[in-house]
Design a protein around this ligand. Sequence first.
Ligand code: AMP
Length: 407
Amino acid sequence: MPSEIAVWQIVEATARKLFESYGFNEIKPPLLEKRELFARGIGQETDIVSREMYCIEEASGDVITLRPEATAGVVRAYIQHQLYIHNSVQKLFTIGPMFRRERPQKGRYRQFHQINAEMFGDSGPRSDADIISMAFQLLEILGLENLSLKINSLGCHACRPMFMDKFSVFLANCKNLCTDCIRRSQKNPLRVFDCKVSGCKDALLNAPSILDFLCDECKAHFEELREYLDLLSIPYHIDATLVRGLDYYIRTAFEIQTDQLGAQNAVAGGGRYDGLMRILGGPDHPAIGFAIGMERIVALMEQMGKNPGAPPLDLFIACLGKEAFKKVLPVMKELRYKGLSTEIDYGNKSLKSQMKLADRLKARYTLILGDTELNSGIALLRFMPTGEQKEISVKNLTESLGDLWKC
Ligand code: AMP
């Protein structure tokens, strides 16, 4: 809504400026992609793919999908346009809407907006630390408080199977799993960690920890990341149950939460997805990324009184009669060209109601121009905060008014 838009613009402008300082370039991938891209990339058993995507069948039989997340589309573009040819490390970000068939509630919508950042080409913990630092720094610059960062390592293709064996045995002995989780425990056991049902959550309290199964390389990666986070003074908690709902994550997974938003407490989340590029038909390039939920950030900023509202108007022209309008129309065009916000009343209302409108629009200056002023060649310019008035020449209106903003 217009009343909220100033906050949205602050969030977007701050993200663009900060991300560019980290060497990220903006990309605008399409909102529509083939269903297949998400099914292969995110995983058929995930909540997103199995029940949350909006799909449209075309006459050809192809199914296209309103993107539920940005990573798969950015990876598709990276492969298709061979973005890796010139730079071995590519850093991309995108801002835009995502679509998921969810039960709408406060902080959870079917169309919502994310700021996504993806870094391709480095497999080490240094890029993990840099990208987590960027996400955290954005939220800090925006003035968000009481943030907590959770991190986990999901292991790799070498060590995760050992955890999965142990975890599958554990799940087979769990009595109170919901029907979805019984199916998940057969098909894709890790997804049981995504379940919101309290019985399943309780059952997982005694689950084995994936961190106890990490191979030496994954362990060293995780330790090094922690060392860098300490160095950056970014506080974090380790949460061995954090798996983040998508199949493609490997090693590092992270989430930034707030205690100010009730149930929908996650403001950002991401992780490493080294295998995704190959799954989607590209080269074997490592990658890490994150997504920040804009509605939640905006809600937090509103709660903290960080909405500056609409900017005040530079100049209101109280214009009385058609001749006066003909005089000011080209003047307004010039002033707007110079970047001065200028407004009039289109309906030729009385001076009193035009002055009320000037107040409502929080005009800094108001110029009064009618037949009398046109005849005398002198118009009155009022400085609204003090009511002080001065006379200016009607002949050189554009110059006289433009000069006001020079000093
Ligand atoms: P995800 O893509 O699920 O990892 O989510 C990343 C971030 O997007 C979350 O931390 C939320 O801030 C935000 N988000 C995810 N789903 C929704 C939704 N349905 N409505 C609003 N924000 C969402």
